[in-house]
Ligand binder design. Structure first.
Ligand SMILES: Nc1ncnc2c1ncn2[C@@H]1O[C@H](COP(=O)(O)OP(=O)(O)OP(=O)(O)O)[C@@H](O)[C@H]1O
Length: 362
């Protein structure tokens, strides 16, 4: 790996799904969803990035593509400079074998139980991956590693938990066991896909704290996926990480907590903030921040800026021009895809969209 090579990089990645309607589609029509649209992203060592956005915007697809579980339709995903799909297709000639990449990029799901075999005791489920990836470790050493980590995540005495079956653990305990399972492999990146959403509110902060504490110990990067801006803020604030806002497959804004929560540039980020009760401080400002409530059909994306049909600030230019990455100041890596972030853009002289007045959500 070159010294400046990021741990993970995605370059102009798009992912499309084509639905041909199956056997009942007598007309042979097919529809294509562009779940991820031209995303470029880098993740460094021990970095934390939280992806937020409403349901269906492409968070999970982007996350799975980042860890090599979903093939991009176009663009490349590289781990330490090695194209993941080249390694997968031709492991013999890859500088980093695909097995090593797979082992370095782990996932924790919203439903942690799905990662554990319901018919196996927790200990067996945790021993198997260790045996596979670290065949030189003896049984005792493997057990010792698992016990140490169980103590570390507060599941003590470990044998009490390790001898149980998954259904005998609570949701929070299962999520910890799955976190231990991922960490045992010493991954460079953990994709946490809505990993705390199913937990009771009281346990969420505890789980986020635990994951961030263990980040220092294991020097792991995290890609958190959440639909909740207040969780994203908590994680980004504690870790000093960034937040990326997704809308219809694109990252429309990315930045630090100060940029995304305190001073959002994109009207969609502002709408997410408005919808998050404890983040919206201007109580006198009742104005609904969307022109339309409904999300456009992802198989037929709007022209220009894909947010323009819902955007309260949209002008004519937004219908025809697609906004690039506009750096609103701060870190070079951070940007908003909105003309309003560029004070010299022709947007400011463009007429407002007259035909579709903003709607009242009532
Ligand atoms: N395997 C698939 N086949 C067809 N379409 C898919 C597939 N996976 C995802 N999609 C579509 O891609 C788009 C993005 O889905 P994705 O699950 O990535 O979004 P998301 O933001 O993670 O949503 P959620 O928060 O509800 O999980 C959606 O329109 C979804 O229906």
């Amino acid at each position: 790996m070159a010294p400046s090579e990021p741990m993970l990089s995605m370059d102009n990645v798009s992912v499309e799904f084509t639905d041909d309607g199956g056997l009942l589609n007598v007309f042979g029509d097919s529809e294509t969803v562009r779940a991820v649209n031209d995303v470029s992203l880098e993740l460094g060592e021990q970095e934390t990035l939280t992806l937020i956005g409403e349901s269906g915007c492409g968070k999970s697809t982007l996350g799975k593509t980042a860890i090599g579980a979903q093939k991009p339709t176009s663009g490349t995903v590289s781990y330490r400079g090695q194209d993941i799909w080249e390694a997968r297709n031709d492991s013999a000639n890859a500088e980093i074998p695909f097995d090593e990449i797979r082992h370095s990029l782990q996932i924790i799901h919203q439903d942690p139980g799905s990662a554990l075999n319901p018919n196996q005791r927790i200990l067996t489920s945790l021993m198997l991956p260790l045996k596979k990836w670290y065949p030189d470790l003896g049984r005792e050493e493997r057990e010792e590693r698992i016990h140490t980590l169980f103590e570390r995540v507060g599941m003590s005495p470990p044998s009490d938990y390790l001898n149980r079956y998954p259904h005998q653990l609570s949701g929070g305990e299962t999520q910890r066991a799955v976190l231990v399972r991922a960490l045992l492999l010493n991954p460079d990146l953990i994709l946490a896909d809505e990993a705390i959403s199913a937990l009771d509110v009281s346990l969420r902060v505890e789980m986020m704290d635990l994951m961030l504490e263990l980040q220092d110990l294991f020097q792991t990067s995290y890609l958190f996926i959440s639909h909740d801006l207040s969780n994203a803020r908590y994680i980004a604030e504690k870790s000093g990480g960034r937040i990326a806002v997704m809308y219809l497959g694109e990252i429309v804004e990315i930045g630090t907590v100060d940029e995304i929560v305190e001073n959002p540039q994109h009207p969609y980020t502002k709408a997410l903030q408005w919808a998050t009760a404890n983040l919206y401080e201007d109580e006198d400002d009742e104005e609904f921040p969307l022109r339309k409530i409904d999300v456009p059909d992802p198989t037929n994306l709007p022209s220009g800026c894909s947010f323009h049909p819902r955007c309260p600030n949209a002008r004519e230019v937004c219908k025809r021009q697609h906004p690039g990455r506009i750096h609103a100041g701060g870190d070079e890596e951070n940007y908003a895809r909105c003309f309003r972030a560029d004070e010299h853009h022709e947007y400011w002289n463009s007429p407002e969209i007259a035909d579709e007045p903003p709607v009242d959500p009532q």
